[in-house]
Design a protein around this ligand. Sequence first.
Ligand code: DCM
Ligand code: DCM
Ligand code: DCM
Ligand code: ZN
Ligand code: ZN
Length: 268
Amino acid sequence: WGDLGHQAIAYVAQDFLSSETKSWAQDILSDTSTSYLANYATWADTFKYTSAGSFSKPYHYIDANDNPPSSCSVDYDRDCDGGGCVVAAISNYTGIMQSDSSSTDQNQALKFLIHFFGDIHQPLHDEALEVGGNDIDVKYSGSSTNLHHIWDTNMPEQYAGGYSLSDARAWATELTQSIKSGDYSDQSDDWLDGMDIDDPKDSAMTWASDSNSYVCTSVFSESQSQIEKDMDLAGDYYDQALPVIQVQFAKAGYRLGAWLNLIATGST
Ligand code: DCM
Ligand code: DCM
Ligand code: DCM
Ligand code: ZN
Ligand code: ZN
């Protein structure tokens, strides 16, 4: 996701932290502002382009070698190669948060987790085809771009009408309300199925598989007219993608909040 998505997801997570977890996170991040998680949600996307951070580039995704739209699946042994992947990264940085590591390492691990919970919920970050859609040229409202980028950025920004921190806060407020008492209130309990703080790898695989399923049902769905080169996707394609983006932001934020509560206090 672009900045907007990562920041909206971090704000949803903030809305579900216990007061104890909030103090714990604010202490690690040295930030007592109202955007104490959201302020660090995009740090990993800056860090990966530095020479010190280039090792972390593969940590933003898992290249599922499945066969959409007829067959979607993620397999850790098949898809998480030697260089690492988002599932392994969530597992490893969770381990650092749980261990007696330095405050510098805890600070970096928490910033990675805030970001990777977002990326694992972007369906094309759980897909190998055409480099997660980066090699599929499309147009969006007349601009030349690619399929990956419209999921990361163009479609979320069309909904929000901008990409500032206040746009992210406003969207997160809608999502939190849907989770607490709106459209998502019945399903949100199920979003924590498979979450086990003592098995971060299997937990993250549950979220990767869930996200990857949308590659078959939405990103490249059969019911969709075939995505042809340079097709403009700002119309009907956006209309069917938006509910997926919305629910994936909501799940990412809700799961991140629960995960941090588990790390900090042992209960969600
Ligand atoms: N990005 C950046 N600098 C670049 C290229 C991209 O900061 N030279 C940002 C733009 C998006 C994010 O990275 O916000 C997308 O990263 P990814 O596609 O890995 O999620
Ligand atoms: N950005 C964004 N949406 C835009 C333009 C920029 O989310 N429409 C973000 C992505 C990058 C940062 O701002 O992280 C800088 O973008 P760029 O390198 O495109 O100027
Ligand atoms: N990406 C992905 N799967 C890959 C390679 C990249 O999901 N196999 C993502 C990471 C960035 C975007 O695509 O969000 C662009 O990546 P890059 O900047 O490496 O071209
Ligand atoms: Zn991306
Ligand atoms: Zn990323």
